[in-house]
Design a protein around this ligand. Sequence first.
Ligand SMILES: [Zn+2]
Length: 244
Amino acid sequence: MTLDGTNTWVLRAPGAEYATVIDPGPLDDDHLRRIAAHGPIQFILVTHGHVDHVEGAARLSELLGGTAVLAADPAHTVGGDPLDPDESLGGNGIEIHVVDTPGHTRDSVCFLVESGNDRAMLTGDTILGRGTAVVAWPDGDLGAYLTSLGRLTAYEDVPVLPGHGPALTDCAAVAREYLDHRRDRLDQVRAALAAGATTPEAVVDAVYPDIDPGVRFAAEWSTRAQLDYLRRESQSGPWRLDPL
Ligand SMILES: [Zn+2]
């Protein structure tokens, strides 16, 4: 689920004293000390509250002598105020704009970072470096996720620095690919329902016939998110699904 592990990004403008950390990652003291060695750090930002991104945040703050941890969810914020959607943070040669992108989780945000003529979008798990992201139902929401992907299609030619996997070159292009993929999947789910699937498990079997058992739970999350979305889209649809 974490591909090759979580990416922790340390960004520093040329010649600037303070760097910014995005997603400190798990509570692994060696990893956190290596991040701290890149200090001083002006703030530690968190894209969302999943443990593989945020678990080490409080410890990193401590190692740095109390650097604030800023997250959309107050539960993950340390020594500062929770991030507001569309808030901007600045200092030390970089401008950081919070982009409100719920969907993978309710608290997911992206960070548009600008320094001189350089820009990058830090996407957490909203866009990954390879494969596709998961809607972590029920905290995640497919309708919100589609809206968020639509928002990210505005960033043409902005590089993506994701929470897992390699960097990508064009945020808008990837967001459009993700939207196409989601629409294809929704069509497949509609087809499975039309063909008589009556449970989420049966939909998973129809839509993901070759799924690796180790990641089947992720397909089930996504399927439940899709069914939830379709049920809301058409309350009077022809399908009836027992409590999901
Ligand atoms: Zn996540």
